[in-house]
Write a protein that binds this ligand. Structure first.
Ligand SMILES: [Fe+2]
Ligand SMILES: [Fe+2]
Length: 374
C-alpha cells in the first residue's frame, strides 16, 4: 500500500480498520495464516454466541457507571497510538537467535489471532444488535481490537510474515458459547490480558536492556484498552445478579481454572522468549494470576487459592502432560496415539485436581468501578 494511505491506528471504526488490513493482505504469508488457523485447545479460538439474547441486556441497573465508561471509550484516548513512530527501533530479524525468533513470532501470531478473535466477535454483536447501549459498546471495543491486531501485523510484516485477517474471518472454525460463558471467558481474557501486558511493561521499565523488540513500549496504552474492555464485561455481568450467583459460581471457578491453566501451559512452551526478557515463567504466571484475581473481586464472589500446595503441582502436571501430547502427535502411529490418549487423561486429572482446591470467598462491592492500578 502507498505511503499516503490511512493507517489502522487512525481508523475510527472497525470497518475502516479492516478495509485497510484487507488491502494490505496481498503481502501476507501462508505460513503465518496456517499457524493462526490451527484449532487446538491452546491456540486462540473464534467464538460465536446467541446475539439476540445479548442484545436484550438491560444496563439500567448500572447506568451511572455505564455512561461514564462509554464516555471514556468514546473520547478514544488511544486514537493514532498504535503505529510505528520515532520510538520504534529497527530489528535485526536475521541476526536474532533462531529459537527466540521462532518463539517470538509464534507469540506475535497467537496474540494477533486472539486480538482478532475479539474483534470479530464484538463486530458481529454490533452488526446484529438493535440495543443502542450494546451496539455502541461493541462498536468501540471492536475498533480497539482491530487496531491492536493491525499493529501486531505491522510488526510481523517486518519479519516478512503477516496474518491474513480477512481469510481467517472466513475460514476459521467458530466455537459456540452461550452468552453467559462469553461473559466469563471474555471478561477474564480482557483482565488477564491487562495483567500480562502491564507486568511485562513494568518489568521492562526496570530492565530496558531486555527489551529486545520495540512493540513492548506500546504495552501500557494497550493494556489500558483491555482494562476498559474488562470493565464493560464486569458491568454487563453486574446488570444481572444471577450471572454471578448460585450454580454460576461453579462455572466461574471452571473458567478461572481453565483460563489460568491454559496461560500457564502456553507460556511454558516459550522458554527462549521468556529468557530473553529475563522473566521467570512460573513467577510471571503467579504474578499475573495474583493481579487478575485481585481485579476479578470487583464482580466474582470467589477467587482461586493460587497459594494452595496443590495449585502449582497441578499446573506443572498439566504442563508436562501437554509436552507429552505434542510429542505423541509428532511421533504418530499407534505408540504416538497411546501417548496422546494417556497424557490427555493425565491432563484431565490434573484439571480435576485443580478444580477440587477450595476457592476463596469474597464480598462483592456495590459498584464494579476500578481504575488501572498496576
Ligand atoms: Fe486487544
Ligand atoms: Fe480487549
Amino acid at each position: 500500500m502507498n505511503m499516503h494511505a490511512k493507517h489502522t491506528a487512525d481508523a475510527e471504526t472497525v470497518e475502516e480498520s479492516l478495509a485497510i488490513q484487507e488491502a494490505q493482505s496481498v503481502h501476507d504469508s501462508d505460513t503465518a495464516t496456517a499457524v493462526a488457523m490451527q484449532n487446538t485447545l491452546l491456540t486462540p479460538r473464534f467464538y460465536t454466541t446467541d446475539f439476540d439474547e445479548m442484545d436484550a441486556i438491560d444496563v439500567s441497573p448500572v447506568r451511572e457507571d455505564w455512561d461514564k465508561l462509554i464516555a471514556q471509550m468514546k473520547s478514544d484516548p488511544n486514537k493514532g497510538h498504535f503505529k510505528k513512530n520515532e520510538d520504534w527501533d529497527d530489528i535485526d530479524w536475521d541476526g536474532m537467535e533462531p529459537e527466540l525468533k521462532k518463539e517470538f513470532i509464534d507469540f506475535l501470531i497467537s496474540s494477533c489471532t486472539s486480538e482478532f478473535s475479539g474483534c470479530v466477535l464484538y463486530k458481529e454483536m454490533k452488526r446484529r444488535g438493535n440495543n443502542p447501549d450494546i451496539c455502541e459498546l461493541f462498536g468501540y471495543m471492536s475498533r480497539d481490537e482491530a487496531r491492536h491486531a493491525g499493529f501486531i501485523n505491522d510488526a510481523l510484516r517486518e519479519a516478512g510474515i503477516a496474518v491474513n485477517l480477512g481469510f481467517l474471518t472466513r475460514a476459521k472454525k467458530y466455537t459456540y458459547f452461550k452468552p453467559k460463558f462469553i461473559y466469563y471467558a471474555t471478561y477474564l481474557s480482557e483482565k488477564i490480558g491487562y495483567a500480562r501486558y502491564i507486568t511485562i511493561y513494568r518489568h521492562l521499565e526496570n530492565h530496558p536492556d531486555k527489551r529486545f523488540h520495540p512493540i513492548f513500549k506500546w504495552f501500557r496504552e494497550w493494556c489500558n484498552d483491555e482494562f476498559s474492555h474488562g470493565e464493560a464485561f464486569a458491568l454487563l455481568m453486574k446488570s444481572d445478579p444471577k450471572l454471578t450467583s448460585g450454580i454460576n459460581v461453579w462455572w466461574i471457578k471452571f473458567f478461572l481454572t481453565a483460563v489460568y491453566s491454559t496461560m500457564w501451559v502456553r507460556d511454558h512452551q516459550r522458554p527462549a522468549f521468556h529468557k530473553a526478557l529475563d522473566v521467570d515463567i512460573s513467577w510471571y504466571g503467579q504474578e499475573v494470576f495474583r493481579k487478575t484475581s485481585e481485579m476479578s473481586q470487583q464482580i466474582f464472589p470467589i477467587t482461586l487459592d493460587i497459594d494452595h500446595p496443590r495449585w502449582m503441582r497441578g499446573l506443572n502436571a498439566m504442563e508436562r502432560a501437554n509436552v507429552k501430547i505434542a510429542e505423541g502427535k509428532d511421533q504418530g502411529g499407534l505408540m504416538g496415539k497411546l501417548k496422546v490418549w494417556g497424557n490427555s487423561a493425565r491432563a484431565g486429572l490434573a484439571f480435576v485436581s485443580l478444580m477440587s482446591i477450595p476457592s476463596i470467598k469474597h464480598q462483592v462491592p456495590e459498584s464494579t468501578w476500578l481504575e488501572p492500578a498496576y
